[in-house]
Design a protein around this ligand. Structure first.
Ligand SMILES: Cc1ncc(COP(=O)(O)O)c(C=O)c1O
Length: 407
């Protein structure tokens, strides 16, 4: 469609028309401003709300030690890193954090990225071979989808969680270099990828395997080490992507892998090479979060028991927690992501509005983040949610969903 002649200072008529169409479809998105630090409770428009939709699973973003870690790192190392890692931006605090992350993940090395999105773009484009194929789970995160597109390799989208489908596609392409990419815990569904089967298939076909642990680190496995460690597969995955902006309460991301892979990323991952190194404060916050996780491993246990409590309460109140296309046996009952599928966008947003009135922040999730017709309340729990408050909130969620569907 041609862009109508317009003066930019007066706005953009074509974009305005498209935004109006999104509003009519119930798909318009806008930004909500949070006042003060995030945590189990959150302040919005001057109101104190119960926070049921973030990714700060271990409640570390607002933790005093994490805030102090960020501040101390800024004072010691400065506000910014000043350049990309390869120019003059690799600071001692980056090295220290990479060593700690490699230890947590049981790999020989790790490399920081500015964000999980950049980590996936960087690792996928660097590890996909020319003339090769990249196989990606149908429900992988958008950053994986974009990384696969950018790689220029042949793209195969395999059925969600279906390692046999991966096997068949690889058998149909003998001798072709292949990369398989999956979320460890799926961000909108809370189920776990069949990692042991994927490792087996990749090993048999000589394919590389990348696992995105954005929603697994801190939440699953011994010491919160993630889904690969939970499956006993440390050393069996070519690269693990993890974020610092979710359970670790900071921002940024990393890839943990063998030093050969990390050295290759330093040479080929464009989102590291052509991007300013993470700010010292984010590294300081993440280091402090790792200290808290090591000192208080019960945080992960508490998170998992809160997740189980939310599931049990919702089910008890008559909420169907099944998600179309998701195998219930792949859902880890301790996973902090508890999706409640409502269906259409309007009903989902009505439930969000009712809950907001009741003092609960639980954002509705709509396409393109989830498939059409499966709009949902993606309820997430935190280790520091008060149990009684969480139980009551789940009963209110059940009521809001009932009202929205009946309307
Ligand atoms: C599975 C997954 N991978 C990657 C990312 C991107 O991470 P970041 O927010 O650090 O860019 C997200 C974020 O929502 C995610 O859910």
């Amino acid at each position: 469609m041609p862009v109508p002649a317009h003066r930019p200072a007066d706005g953009d008529p074509l974009l305005r028309a498209r935004l109006d169409a999104l509003r009519d479809e119930g798909l318009l998105r806008s930004l909500r401003t949070v006042e003060g630090p995030v945590g189990p409770r959150i302040r919005v428009d001057g109101r104190d709300l119960l926070h049921l939709c973030g990714n700060d699973y271990l409640a570390l973003a607002g933790h005093p030690a994490v805030r102090e870690g960020a501040a101390a790192a800024a004072l010691a190392h400065g506000g910014g890193s000043g350049s990309s890692r390869l120019v003059a931006g690799t600071l001692t605090i980056h090295r220290e954090l990479e060593d700690r992350l490699a230890t947590l993940k049981g790999t020989g090395a790790a490399l920081l990225f500015g964000a999980g999105f950049l980590g996936n773009l960087g690792v996928i484009t660097a590890l996909a071979e020319k003339g090769g194929v990249v196989l990606s789970d149908a429900l992988n995160h958008a950053s994986i989808v974009d990384g696969v597109r950018l790689s220029g390799a042949e793209r195969v989208i395999y059925r969600h969680g279906d390692a046999e489908h991966v096997d068949r596609e690889l058998r149909a392409r003998p001798g072709r270099p292949a990369l398989v990419v999956t979320d460890g815990v799926f961000s909108m569904d809370g189920d776990v990828a069949p990692l042991a089967e994927l490792v087996d298939v990749c090993r048999r076909h000589g394919a590389r395997l990348v696992v995105d642990e954005a929603h697994a680190t801190g939440c699953l496995g011994p010491r919160g080490a993630g889904s690969v460690a939970a499956a006993g597969l440390e050393g069996e995955v070519d690269a693990v992507v993890g974020t610092l902006g979710k359970a670790l309460g900071s921002s940024g991301a990393y890839v943990a892998a063998h030093p050969d892979v990390i050295a290759w990323l330093v040479n080929r991952a464009r989102t590291v090479i052509f991007s300013t190194a993470p700010a010292p404060a984010t590294a300081g916050a993440a280091l402090a979060a790792l200290d808290v996780l090591a000192a208080e491993p019960e945080r992960t246990d508490r998170l998992r028991s809160r997740a189980a409590l939310a599931r049990e309460t919702l089910r008890g109140a008559g909420v169907d927690l099944s998600v179309p296309g998701i195998d219930p046996s792949a859902v880890d009952p301790g996973s902090p992501i508890v999706p409640v599928v409502v269906g259409e966008a309007a009903a989902t947003m009505a439930a969000t509005a009712e809950l907001l009135d009741a003092g609960i922040l639980l954002q509705g999730i709509r396409p393109p983040t989830v498939p059409a017709g499966t709009c949902r309340l993606r309820l997430t729990v935190q280790a520091d949610h008060d149990e009684d408050e969480l139980r009551d909130a789940c009963l209110q969620v059940a009521a809001a969903v009932r009202h929205a569907v009946a309307a």
